[in-house]
Write a protein that binds this ligand. Sequence first.
Ligand code: GCU
Length: 435
Amino acid sequence: MIAARLCVPMVVGVLVMSSSHEAEAQNAKVNTNESDVKPYSLPDALVTEKGRSVTSAELWTTVRRPELLKLFASQVYGKTPTKSILPTYEVISEDREALGGKAVRREVSIRFTDKADGPHLDLLIYLPKSAERDKPAPAFLGLNFEGNQAVTHDPGVRLSTAWMRAEHGTGVVDHRVTEASRGSVATRWMVERVVERGYALATVCYGDLDPDFDDGFQNGVHPLFYRPGQTKPDPDEWGAIGAWAWGLSRALDYLETTPEVDAKKVAVLGHSRLGKAALWAGAQDQRFALVISNNSGAGGAALSKRIFGEDVAHLNGSFPHWFCTNFHQYSGHEEKLPVDQHELIALIAPRPVLVSSAEEDKWADPKGEFLAAKAAEPVYRLLGKDGLALDAWPKPAENSLVKSTIGYRYRPGPHDVLPSDWEAYLNFADAHLGK
Ligand code: GCU
């Protein structure tokens, strides 16, 4: 099965870091000039499809919110299957003296079939010692790109079994990880710092859910839900981002069974394409108490109709497996989209959401992310919350953090998750999760 996969011709390369993003923007001929942004109009989050004004929380909850969820599902990310699969949980390892005695580390295998090599999630959890002594800890949950072993130097974490890209930029999935990757993205996760601040950290490799290439949806969790005879998702059914978001909810199911975690205080977060997945997970699954999007850009927190940086044609051309097939009709036709990304953020209301942008990350359209966050405000206000406590797009600043219910951060530097971003996440979570 894997051998066949290796022979699949790969889609255009995927570049992940900032310098690559610059090159990508130039090659892709997308708009990177503010003066070339044409006038556009956004759908009103508070007007129903039948043209009715949404003037009460009840109307939002019973009519408009379901309507928007349905539109995002059928036109953008694809519908998430409703069939529930009863997984089995197996604790694979536990170290009660992890991180020099500061934490308990647990690895849990979440299995969706009884086949040993069937789809499963390897969940890595660090729990602060205080979670046992005092009270259950709030938690951060996010998908990682490189395997659980890469998020920390802890030698006890098992190597990921997911298939990985040869390197970001090639689009080729050709190997399993080795020891060499241990701790390679430790600064993107700051495990010790998170635990020191009293939070648990839980993570899963996104490749466990669906390997990130256009494989016709054969190797991830999609086939678990096919009808008899079905071989790929229908045009309005989920793509890879939908599967990644689904996996976040399955990890939350497990956290709900973990006594040391306060499952009512779980922040779901993600960087870049995994930020898109975190937003979609938070929009659909209201158990997530807080959502953090880091540099999620097009198809994430940035407005599509503004057409700045990566556009819908680029998303669909380079990553045909991310969204549903219906989304492809909007390549070059953003004006026809019945929704825009401010409404995705609005679907998180009244829960806190932090949109975090980086100055050098023009590809992700930081200004479009700000404008989307701001345009979600009327829904938050309708639900009795404050919105985004900024009137204009701010200048980037190292310690930038606006802590209103729609939070915003805009810092200098590249497309990445930096230690200073984690300080902002922790401060935002402290403010909203009532620690
Ligand atoms: C590419 C892609 C973005 C995505 C990013 C990433 O740059 O165009 O949409 O967010 O990869 O996931 O790093």
